[in-house]
Design a protein around this ligand. Structure first.
Ligand code: ADP
Length: 355
C-alpha cells in the first residue's frame, strides 16, 4: 500500500462516487446489466436465497414475497430487481422514494399494477410517511383505502389491488420504520465485492463492449473500484477512452495513466474519501469525531458520508464506528504516512501542508 497518496485531490472529478448517474451512464449500464441470476456475479448467498424464493413461488403459482434489498449504491440492487422480474417472466414497474411524496402518488402506481407485476421502489427510505402507511396495507392485504371527499363528509373507500411483489431498495435500512421492514418476506444484504468477483464483472463487461484488455489490467482496475461493480464499469469506460485516444492497448499502463488523471488512488480512494480521512486524522487527532461534525467539516450531507463514504472506509479497515464517534485505525495513519498520537499523550500538531 503506498503511503502519502496525497489527501487533497482534484475537486472536479467524482469518478468513484457510486451514486452518480448521468443519462449516458444509465444507457451504458443498461447494456451491461446481467439478465439472470446465473449471470449475476458474486453475492452467492443472496443469489441462492433469491433463487429458492422465486422457484418456490413459481411452483405454487403465486407472486413471490416482498423483497428488500439493502446495501451501498452500485452493488446491484436495481439489477436484482430487474432479474426478479425477468426470471419470473413478470412485468416490472420502476419508481423511487423521492418520486412518492404523497399517498396519492403511491395510490396511482398501486392501482394500475397488473396481476403478478414486480414494483421496484428505489431509495424506499425516502418515501413520504403518508405513503408508507398506505403501503403497509397494500403489502399485507393487496388493498388500499382511498379517501373520498373532504372534511366531515370524507369517507374511505377500499380498493382491491392486483397481487404484486414489492422490491424495495435502500442504502439506509436503519431508516426504515419497523412496520415496513417487517412486511418484507425477505431482506437481502448486499456486500461489497471481492477483487476476483470484480475481475469477473470487468471481464464480462469488456467482452460486451468488444474491448481487448489483458488480465493484468483488469486486476489493476478491480483493486481500485471500492468493491463496487458500478465503479468497475465506470473505470473500465475511462480506460477504454484512454486507450482509444492514445491509440494504445488497454493495458496496465493505460489503467495507471487514466486513473491518475481521474484522481483515483491505488486502493480506489477518491477525493472525498481522502478528505474525510484528512479531517479525522489532522483536525481531530484520529477521532473520535461525530458524524455530523465530520459532515460539516467536509461540506457534505451526513447521509452521503454515512451511506457512501464510510462503508468502504470501514471495510478496508481505515475507520471504526464507535458509540463515541468515528475513529481512524492504525492502518489509516500508516496509509497516509502519518504518525498516530501516543495513547493518552498529547496530540502532535500536524501541518496540513504535510499531506
Ligand atoms: P444499485 O441499484 O445497487 O445502485 P445497480 O443494480 O444499478 O446498483 O448496478 C450498477 C451496475 O453495476 C449495473 O449496471 C451492472 O452492470 C453492474 N452490476 C451490479 N452488480 C453486478 C453483478 N453482480 N454482476 C455484474 N454486474 C453487476
Amino acid at each position: 500500500m503506498s503511503g502519502g497518496q496525497g489527501l487533497a485531490g482534484d475537486p472536479g472529478v467524482e469518478l468513484t462516487r457510486p451514486e452518480l448517474e448521468g443519462d449516458a451512464e444509465l444507457a451504458f449500464e443498461g447494456a451491461l446489466r446481467p439478465r439472470s441470476l446465473g449471470e449475476f456475479v458474486g453475492q452467492q448467498k443472496v443469489r441462492g436465497q433469491l433463487q429458492l424464493l422465486l422457484t418456490a413461488a413459481t411452483m405454487q403459482s403465486r407472486t413471490p414475497d416482498h423483497i428488500l434489498l439493502a446495501g451501498p449504491p452500485g452493488l446491484g440492487k436495481t439489477t436484482l430487481a430487474m432479474i426478479i422480474a425477468y426470471e419470473g417472466n413478470r412485468p416490472l414497474r420502476m419508481s423511487s422514494g423521492p418520486a412518492i411524496q404523497h399517498a396519492g402518488d403511491l395510490a396511482a402506481v398501486l392501482s394500475s399494477l397488473v396481476p403478478g407485476e414486480v414494483l421496484f421502489i428505489d431509495e424506499i427510505h425516502r418515501m413520504a410517511r403518508s405513503a408508507e402507511e398506505m403501503l403497509y396495507l397494500a403489502m399485507e392485504d393487496f388493498r388500499i383505502d382511498i379517501m373520498v371527499g373532504k372534511g366531515a363528509g370524507a369517507t374511505s373507500v377500499p380498493l382491491e389491488l392486483a397481487p404484486f411483489t414489492l422490491v424495495g431498495a435502500t442504502t439506509r435500512s436503519g431508516l426504515l420504520p419497523n412496520p415496513l421492514r417487517d412486511r418484507f418476506g425477505f431482506t437481502a444484504h448486499l456486500e461489497f465485492y471481492a477483487d476476483h468477483e470484480l475481475e469477473q464483472v470487468l471481464g464480462r463487461a469488456a467482452k460486451l463492449l468488444d474491448l481487448v484488455i489483458d488480465t493484468e489490467a483488469i486486476a489493476e482496475i478491480a483493486g481500485r473500484c471500492r468493491g463496487t461493480p458500478r465503479i468497475a464499469n465506470r473505470l473500465l469506460r475511462r480506460v477504454r477512452d484512454y486507450a482509444l485516444v492514445h491509440g494504445g492497448d488497454a493495458d496496465v499502463a493505460a489503467v495507471h495513466a487514466a486513473l491518475e488523471l481521474y484522481d483515483v488512488d491505488a486502493i480506489g480512494l477518491d477525493r472525498l474519501d481522502r478528505e474525510v480521512m484528512r479531517i479525522i486524522l489532522t483536525r481531530f487527532g484520529g477521532g473520535p469525531v461525530g458524524l455530523n461534525t465530520l459532515a460539516v467539516s467536509v461540506g457534505e450531507e451526513s447521509e452521503t458520508i454515512e451511506a457512501v463514504v464510510e462503508p468502504f472506509l470501514v471495510r478496508i479497515g481505515f475507520l471504526m464506528r464507535t458509540p463515541r464517534g468515528r475513529v481512524a485505525t492504525t492502518e489509516a495513519w500508516r496509509h497516509f504516512g502519518l504518525a498516530a498520537p501516543l495513547a493518552g499523550g498529547p496530540t502532535v500538531p500536524l501541518m496540513l501542508d504535510d499531506l
